[in-house]
Design a protein around this ligand. Structure first.
Ligand code: ADP
Ligand code: MG
Length: 232
């Protein structure tokens, strides 16, 4: 099944006289079970693309079908509903709530989704165990390393069983060893648990964990390469 089908996506930012072009006609399909890395130089449109795919922003023109449904002209509330139920987000800066335990952070998306309390804790601990942070359940963000915080954030992205996990520069704030651990975790989630993953990175070492690399330049896709085996 196709999780993402975008056709001729354009995003223009009005800037006085001349528009800034964020995306200049992007067409791409992502199937269920894929692990895709988006690469490209700074300003090439990677984040703009992720924000549109993640229903955080709307294109100026073009079509977007998510899980087979046209999401091009939904209301803000309808987009927020799909975001919370069907998409998982991982950020460069982890975005964990401060003065809140790891367990509570992982439970948060289920609170928004209306999952009952005992069930929330069970699912949160199951996902924390899967990513190797169950022992940190009572730790606050300031008591965890960057790599540990990112694993907690990945557990949080999994709790609602999203159709797609979106990660924009998930290793951007991590040292080499923690980056490797986080990328091995994404590879495991893809290979052993069938998770569909789209990550943005400008580091070839990080992109090497993906099975498909899409390269952007000036708001366009300039290459799209699949490999039988991941390179890293
Ligand atoms: N909110 C915005 N307002 C104006 N221009 C923007 C905005 N967001 C992105 N852009 C412009 O769109 C282009 C693509 O940006 P972006 O998607 O952030 O690239 P990348 O993530 O690849 O670095 C750049 O020229 C950038 O300056
Ligand atoms: Mg960016």
């Amino acid at each position: 099944m196709s999780v993402v089908v975008v056709q001729n996506l354009r995003k223009h930012y009005p800037m006085g006289e001349a528009d800034v072009v964020g995306l200049d006609g992007v067409t791409l399909t992502i199937e269920s079970g894929e692990f895709v890395a988006v690469m490209g130089p700074s300003g090439s449109g990677k984040s703009t693309f992720m924000h549109i795919v993640g229903l955080l922003d709307e294109p100026t023109s073009g079509r977007y079908a998510f899980e087979g449904s046209d999401v091009t002209s939904l209301s803000a509330d309808e987009r927020a509903d799909i975001r919370s139920r069907r998409l998982g987000f991982v950020f460069q800066s982890y975005n964990l709530l401060p003065r809140t335990t790891a367990l509570e952070n992982v439970e948060l998306p289920m609170i928004y989704a209306g999952v009952s309390e005992p069930k929330r804790e069970r699912i949160a601990l199951e996902k924390m165990d899967l990513v190797g942070v169950a022992h940190l359940r009572e730790h606050n963000s300031n008591q965890m390393s960057g790599g540990q915080q990112q694993r907690v954030a990945i557990a949080r992205s999994l709790v609602n069983e999203p159709a797609l996990i979106l990660a924009d520069e998930p290793t951007g704030a991590l040292d080499t060893k923690s980056s490797k651990d986080v990328m091995e975790l994404f590879a495991k989630l893809n290979e052993e648990h069938g998770k569909t993953i789209l990550i943005v990175t400008h580091e070839p070492d990080v992109a090497a964990y993906a099975k498909r690399v899409v390269t952007f330049r000036d708001g366009c896709i300039v290459s799209d390469e699949r490999r039988a085996e991941r390179a890293a």
